[in-house]
Design a protein around this ligand. Structure first.
Ligand code: MN
Length: 280
């Protein structure tokens, strides 16, 4: 299934060039009152969509796509998880700014603010325009099942699905969590492709172009820590909850964007998303 959120918090399934609007099925979700759970209620109950029916379809070209996860409990992200990106970072002071940069085994996983999350239609709104603001295209994993201390061999069974993730980044000396968490600096889309459609997330082409020029182009087979290893490692620190997002790291080719730019990101077996850049 390709699950999209769109327009005014509507939910549907993408089939070819239309979305079947299944928003009515959301009424079946458990009603939560304060204090709210640490998970996303829809991602924890995706089966309600598999069983839903509708006659309303909307042309995909006419909808505003939102983040396929509405309420992630956390957004985890892997730094420097492609060897060629590590080489590029170490070679360019404009990227590393004197920060200690190490491969992921030493650098660990960091968190981005959940308030940074948007969908493709909302666009990226840059802050601190005097600084370098970069795109980072990544395979994004959405957790579907609660788990802790998950073995790598079992890890893929904890995945709800996959999306394209953009880990937008202000370069500079501060902690990653600050520089990567302004509003709109995490883009998830264009929809969630459920894990049954992607049995091997370790062999997917991904790319991003800016204004029609390719900037990053790689394959997830070059990840230093693959999806199972990342889930195992993350879950040795955190309990993972349905709806948690894991950005798996960006390949070589990161570069700056400016207001007015248009990014087109693509991920094999998932699709493409177009994201406009403006000034906040
Ligand atoms: Mn990143």
């Amino acid at each position: 299934m390709r699950i999209a959120r769109f327009d005014n918090d509507r939910v549907g399934i993408v089939r070819d060039d239309v979305i079947q609007d299944l928003t009515g099925a959301l009424a079946q979700l458990p009603a939560h009152r304060h204090p709210f759970p640490h998970h996303d209620a829809l991602i924890a109950n995706l089966e309600i969509l598999a069983n839903a029916t509708t006659t309303r379809t909307v042309p995909l070209a006419r909808v505003e796509l939102l983040s396929p996860v509405a309420n992630p409990g956390k957004i985890m992200a892997a730094p420097v998880n492609y060897a060629k990106h590590l080489e590029e970072v170490l070679a360019d002071k404009g990227i590393h700014h004197g920060n200690l940069v190490a491969e992921i085994h030493k650098a660990g996983i960091f968190l981005k603010a959940t308030s940074s999350l948007v969908g493709p239609s909302e666009g990226v709104q840059l802050v601190h325009l005097d600084r370098r603001n970069d795109h980072e295209v990544e395979l994004a994993v959405v957790i579907g099942t609660r788990g802790r201390d998950i073995a790598a061999a079992d890890a893929l069974s904890y995945v709800a699905g996959y999306c394209i993730g953009l880990d937008m980044t202000i370069r500079g000396p501060e902690e990653r969590s600050l520089r990567k968490s302004p509003d709109s600096y995490t883009v998830l889309g264009p929809w969630l492709v459920t894990a049954d459609e992607i049995p091997d997330p370790g062999n997917l082409n991904l790319s991003i172009s800016v204004n029609g020029k390719i900037r990053q182009q790689a394959n997830t087979k070059d990840l230093i820590l693959g999806v199972p290893e990342l889930i195992a490692w993350a879950s040795s620190f955190y309990t993972l909850h349905p709806g948690d997002v894991l950005l798996t790291g960006t390949p070589q080719g990161v570069g700056p964007v400016r207001p007015g730019d248009v990014m087109l990101a693509s991920l094999e077996r998932v699709g493409e998303m177009r994201v406009e850049v403006s000034a906040a």
